[in-house]
Design a protein around this ligand. Sequence first.
Ligand code: C2O
Length: 537
Amino acid sequence: ARTRHYKFNVVMRNMTRLCSTKPIVTVNGEFPGPTLYAREGDNVLVKVVNHVKYNVTIHWHGVRQLRTGWYDGPAYVTQCPIQPGQNFVYNFTLTGQRGTLLWHAHILWLRVTVHGAIVILPKLRVPYPFPAPHKELVVILGEWWKSDTEAVINQAMQAGLPPNISDCHTINGHPGPLSTCASSSQDGYKLQVESGKTYMLRIINAALNEELFFKVAGHKLTVVEVDAIYTKPFTTDTILITPGQTTNVLLPADQGAGRYLVTASPFMDSPIAVDNMTATATLHYANTVSASAALTTTKPPPLNATPVASSFIDSLRSLNSKQYPAKVPLKVDHSLLFTVGVGVNPCPTCVNGSRVVADVNNVSFVMPPTAILQAHYYNISGVFTDDFPGNPPFTFNYTGSGPKNLQTMNGTRVYRLPYNATVQLILQDTGIIAPENHPIHLHGFNFFAVGRGLGNFNPKTSPNKFNLVDPIERNTIGVPSGGWTAIRFVADNPGVWFLHCHLEVHTTWGLKMAFLVDNGKGPNESLILPPKDLPAC
Ligand code: C2O
């Protein structure tokens, strides 16, 4: 294992997209940001230097941060932000993981432009459990707003309405040709291939607010890994990927020549506007003479194509091989049911007299003034309570048959878990307003997605259908609109771990909470405490 040093200079940079130019926050002037390469077992040190006027933190999405929770990155959860002019060194080891993950800013909406890939190669001389590809390419899906995203969310919070949708989706930073966004005539990203060779695409959804379908005209994709966990390979036309998820696919370049359209299109409709803005890129065969050779196109799945999404999700299984076993917890110490949803609260100061809120078990999470992790380890009182969800004065209604409890209460509450406890968590969507899936992300753990269904979870019958053999293991999972998802994990990582919807707008509205896992000694491990140089609030 090696130590890898990276320097992330957070700087402003003018960028032109959709025929207009605006300054954006970037890492090292790049959009998307630089790829972080390492091998399983490596120690990674990233020095982040903040040259902009905003507070910044970086989250290493999906990196387990075993016993280094203070380097996880969510602002006010595990650390205070890196203030303008300051710097901070993140220092973590990639234990027991290999595959694709992503890093992104974890404060306000900064991650819209501050994100990039994490590529963790297997240990030296350890092969992939599938034929080695000729080449590997990172494909980052994102979003572009012509206006300032800070203004977008501020306006939404004041008006109490959903924020504007983005002006276009992007593939490696570009809307691309034939994209349905107005006035985008750029060439976009070109994927260069040679006929007869197989490529691995490391696909990342870094969009703020959109689950996406991804397709390549005339080519099949074989899924081999999601969220840095190997899967049983399966072949498909279309992949579904939620914000925060990563998917590795093998793409055999089995056509003779030509140019082929690549599309990234929205899965669900936005509640306020029809979002049909498809981003595109092109796949080019090396022997294609002219860049203007005929383009083979493809139609992306229509909006709300639930059957396409379901068939993709149902095909996902952990590899569960001898070398990479799926260690699903079979006994459960903590059995939890969290409702996740969006509601409306009265707001006398808001333009409409009410505002949209989101919650977990009717609690809208309020960011504390100082980091919960620091408050926990240094015994600072008054920052959070460990009684999640407490006693909301509302009864849950997640039948979808009528909005009885749109009201939420505010709180900074965590759920406390003893070290090494096993947890089963049912995530139940309330589907009351704004029917949308919620891509729920848990920091610090991989979990097994053991079950999924529409309607209400039934504690008597639903568990009978759980897959406890080879369920998919991941860090971000789409909870179906009006349905539920069951996950299991082992609380083997002391610290404070954020759980939230990876649609940034829902996080902003309060769809977030945190688990606090008590300290405890693992095998051959001593207790470790946070370093002294964490930023102060
Ligand atoms: Cu990728 Cu808490 O986020």
